[in-house]
Design a binder for this molecule. Structure first.
Ligand code: ZN
Ligand code: ZN
Length: 198
């Protein structure tokens, strides 16, 4: 759908704002989310709705981008692997300077208006969204996860546990089984468990 010549939907023309401090433009639209708005377990699916409610304001040094961006985060619980999803909204506040070398040290957080007088909103949104994603997403705060021994969903039965057999008892029960077998072998051939019919 995107014309090959067209830049991405997140590159915004700011020609009209150049040299007009105070002038404003809005960027209110829903665009398909770009790739890689994600971490390992969760993220905004590519091409899903990314809702922008942004404002571009011409200021002396450049263009100030502010507002919010929202999307649905989808992924899986890091404990029980259940699918999860929730809405995420991030606050955006980013200055794009007209000049690549403002002379003064502006820190690493500044972006620059490109030579063709557009600003690329995508990396700004990606940084904000990705840093707002949990490193260890959980379906809920106290998700009990899976049994470490068999993978059972602990939520289905909080009592689930594995009997920890003392090795000494295990040896004894093995011995008992052997004795039983020996007895059975003596009295009954093969199916020792058949009880006599009344
Ligand atoms: Zn979970
Ligand atoms: Zn288990």
């Amino acid at each position: 759908m995107i014309h090959p010549q067209q830049k991405t939907l997140l590159q915004v023309d700011v020609k009209e704002l150049k040299g007009k401090p105070g002038a404003q433009d809005t960027l209110s639209r829903t665009v398909p989310a770009p790739a890689d708005f994600a971490t390992v377990l969760v993220g905004v699916p590519e091409a899903s709705d990314l809702d922008l409610d942004l404002r571009l304001e011409s200021v002396h040094e450049g263009v100030l981008l502010s507002g919010t961006a929202s999307a649905e985060v989808v992924g899986e619980c890091g404990r029980c692997l259940d699918p999860l999803s929730y809405p995420l909204t991030v606050d955006v506040m980013q200055l794009f300077t007209w000049d690549a070398n403002p002379g003064e040290d502006e820190g690493d957080d500044t972006s620059v208006v490109s030579d063709d007088l557009t600003v690329d909103v995508e990396p700004v949104l990606r940084d904000l969204m990705v840093s707002a994603l949990p490193f260890q997403p959980v379906c809920r705060e106290n998700c009990p996860g899976l049994c470490s021994q068999c993978g059972f969903r602990m939520e289905d039965d909080p009592e689930h546990a594995h009997e920890q057999l003392d090795p000494r008892w295990a040896a004894l029960s093995g011995l008992a089984a052997e004795l039983n077998n020996a007895q059975d072998d003596g009295d009954l051939p093969e199916e020792g468990r058949k009880s006599p019919s009344p």
